[in-house]
Design a protein around this ligand. Sequence first.
Ligand SMILES: Cc1cc2nc3c(=O)[nH]c(=O)nc-3n(C[C@H](O)[C@H](O)[C@H](O)COP(=O)(O)OP(=O)(O)OC[C@H]3O[C@@H](n4cnc5c(N)ncnc54)[C@H](O)[C@@H]3O)c2cc1C
Length: 324
Amino acid sequence: MAELNAEVLIIGAGAAGLAAAAELARSRRSVVVLEARDRIGGRCYTRQEPGLPIPVELGAEFIHGRSPPIFALLKKAGIAALDSSGTHWVESDGELRARDNLFPQIKRAMRKPNTLHAQDVSFEDFLAKNLRPKLSADALAFARMLVEGYDAADRTRISALEVVNEWTQGGGADIPSFRPLGGYGALMGSLAQSRRFSVSAHALQEMRALFTADRADEQEAAAEIRAWMREADYCIDPHTAVALAVAEKETRDPAVPMVVLSTAHPAKFPDAVKAACGVAPALPEWLADLPKREERVTVLPVNQAAIEKFVVSASRAAREGAAA
Ligand SMILES: Cc1cc2nc3c(=O)[nH]c(=O)nc-3n(C[C@H](O)[C@H](O)[C@H](O)COP(=O)(O)OP(=O)(O)OC[C@H]3O[C@@H](n4cnc5c(N)ncnc54)[C@H](O)[C@@H]3O)c2cc1C
């Protein structure tokens, strides 16, 4: 077995393990997460089926209520929460039909004085003795489905008192619920990215012998754009500006020429360029009619394989018959 070189070992790459690992990594701790399965996520298991534009959840699906920890994680990951309220549909005898909202009547029936505090019973017994006389067959079936589906509980064993307390004290099916855009898998994938990696001292030394690197922030890039406009009457884009700012910081043999490879046209960033030097960069002549050209949109499923396939099929290499 490979030697593990980490300060913390986490067993299990479910939501809890991944969230803990991400938090530790943010605090600059080295972490190894050991997962028994060949995938991450644990009871969060999102499938992207070919041809289906939406994810299919085989495990957790909903965010129940505006859960602050989950919303904080979504915000960090840049993932939207989709409001999942609206009509629910059920399939029966091969037909889809809108389901009435049965939860309010279940809740009302539960609130009536009961004897659970004196003696708790199983939810199934409570259903049979207390709720059956007050509820329709559909509502009873829905209550059973909630206990089995949402609480993953055996209704002949789970405490009725617990269920009544949960459902009548703000934890029921009537609180707003949401789904992470792209499914829980998207959130698990983001948590799995610690955004840190380590490089051995030897590899770092080898790299430093060949490369140097530096950075320039927004203000430095804007100052560079301004300076080039003022001194050379030449409009550069923010990418080129970063490269030029870094090139100027570089202590080098002045006899060795420095080549800056610019990567974009300033018209790609009109607002940033105008803010920096007051000049609104015009599109090059061959693109001058760009705003009037027909807009083409292809909607793709949230699925990496489908996106890769599309990029390859739309690439110039594919048109020229050179793509794999
Ligand atoms: C069908 C279903 C629907 C659900 N719906 C919702 C929902 O809509 N909303 C909601 O909030 N919650 C829902 N849940 C509950 C939610 O999925 C779980 O609470 C949550 O995913 C638990 O995360 P966890 O990290 O604590 O545990 P787990 O997800 O169980 O992760 C534990 C991980 O540890 C690994 N592991 C265990 N033992 C070892 C070992 N010895 N060595 C290495 N690895 C090990 C496991 O393989 C697993 O990957 C649902 C659960 C299910 C099953």
